[in-house]
Design a protein around this ligand. Structure first.
Ligand code: FAD
Length: 405
């Protein structure tokens, strides 16, 4: 009997590959016809080290991110049987403190340095390196508009080209004889049947028996959990965020990957060879929902172009060199995805739960595992944790409340 996994994003694929490497048969369901078509394809690819979570004074979010990031690359390189080349990474990020930041540049600096200490304590690799340079305060504003940026820090954080990685992961999934990808299949509910599980799909089929099931469906996670009777009493928020994924852009090769902190938030990622990721939160966050399952935003070409133009305008005010970049709109796309997080108020509120990301991970109960990935860079860690529970290596039986604090 196989293990059923719902959702073939980075989390579901990572778990499928890990279980298969332990000799277990897996059926991997997704409503898309190919793996990794949703949030795991249209995100920024930053493998967070926790610098962004400067409002989390407990440092729990940073610790969580570092633990995930330090094993991410080894995990995928093992499963993909190849080294991820340096050309797949962005340059290292500048953290620029915006004039309207919620925290002073001194507070941001203190947080960045605390994160450095955590990084030093946790061994592992990161983008091909084991020793990471500590944060340095830059002496100049590095091409940022001094009217809008008050301080700039060099960090070792980087992004990975998620399109490149998605392609490799999908190939590894398809070529693994122990993994059956069941694409174009929308899962509606899961039920216990005897000692195992059945999976009900939207066309009325009931598939099974599965010995154990993992729910890695991200924006559908809560609604699928609820079909088994697991309900959350915490507040949560689904947001839908877009970004400009530029390809074939001319110019701007010197523009540094930059994260603007701390709310208003924006990111510029330079992957080289004319590939950029650009997102300005106030324009790119286009929807929020407190429902069990969020609606899928539908925007026409004109609306997407207007969001792109407004975001470019906002980011160009901060990084004026962006105005010199010639964009090939034929090759570029404005795409995005859902973001799930605990908390009921948006990021502009300093007390928002969106400023932390420690309460994520594997929730298990008697063979059912529901994984809140939290961040892209956590997928390897949670795949290993879930695989230990599924294969019986971990004595941790778990409970529905996240055991990770
Ligand atoms: C614009 C944007 C930028 C981001 N930037 C970063 C970043 O820089 N760093 C970072 O760490 N994180 C980032 N994130 C968050 C990151 O993308 C997610 O945390 C991560 O991709 C979630 O992975 P996942 O596999 O859980 O979800 P997904 O990749 O969404 O995979 C879930 C899969 O489940 C499938 N599915 C859903 N419902 C059903 C159903 N009912 N039946 C069958 N299949 C179903 C979907 O089709 C999908 O393939 C960003 C997100 C967005 C949207």
């Amino acid at each position: 009997m196989a293990v059923g996994i719902v959702g073939a994003g980075i989390q579901g694929c990572a778990l499928a590959l890990e279980l298969a490497s332990r000799g277990m048969e897996v059926h991997l369901f997704d409503r898309e016809f190919q793996p990794l078509q949703r949030a795991s394809l249209w995100n920024e690819g930053k493998i967070h080290l926790g610098y962004i979570f400067a409002k989390d004074k407990s440092l729990a979010s940073a610790r969580q991110m570092v633990l995930g990031a330090r094993i991410f690359f080894d995990f995928f390189e093992r499963h993909l049987a190849q080294v991820i080349p340096q050309s797949a990474y962005s340059d290292n990020f500048l953290y620029a403190v915006h004039r309207d930041s919620m925290l002073t540049s001194e507070e941001v600096e203190a947080h960045l340095r605390s994160v450095d200490e955590i990084i030093r304590e946790v061994p592992g690799s990161y983008c091909g390196e084991t020793r990471l340079r500590p944060v340095r305060r830059a002496e100049t504003l590095r091409g940022l508009n001094p009217e809008l940026a008050q301080a700039v820090f060099e960090t070792p954080e980087r992004s990975v080209n998620v399109h490149y990685l998605a392609d490799l992961i999908a190939r590894a999934v398809f070529s693994n004889p122990l993994i059956t990808f069941v694409g174009g299949t929308s899962v509606e509910s899961i039920s216990r049947a005897g000692t195992g599980f059945k999976i009900q799909t939207s066309d009325g089929s009931s598939l099974g028996d599965y010995t154990q099931v993992a729910n890695c469906s991200w924006e559908s996670r809560l609604v699928i959990d609820s079909t088994l009777g697991y309900c959350e009493c915490r507040r949560w928020m689904h947001r839908y965020k877009l970004a400009l994924h530029l390809e074939g852009a001319q110019g701007g090769s010197d523009i540094r990957s930059t994260t603007l902190v701390l709310a208003p938030l924006g990111d510029i990622v330079n992957f080289g060879a004319g590939r950029f990721y650009l997102s300005w939160y106030p324009h790119c966050k286009i929807a929020e929902s407190f429902d069990l399952v969020p609606a899928e935003p539908k925007l026409d070409h004109q609306q997407l172009q207007s969001i792109a133009n407004n975001s470019l305008e906002a980011l160009s005010k901060i990084v004026p060199a962006l105005r010199e970049v010639a964009i090939d709109w034929g090759k570029s796309q404005v795409r995005g995805g859902h973001i799930f997080a605990w908390g009921g108020v948006d990021i502009h509120d300093g007390d928002s739960g969106l400023h932390n990301r420690f309460d994520i991970g594997v929730n298990s109960d008697d063979g059912y595992h529901s994984i809140d990935t939290g961040k892209y860079g956590m997928a390897a860690r949670f795949a290993l944790e879930a695989a230990d529970r599924i294969s019986g290596l971990s004595a941790e039986k778990g409970c529905y409340v996240s055991p990770i604090k």
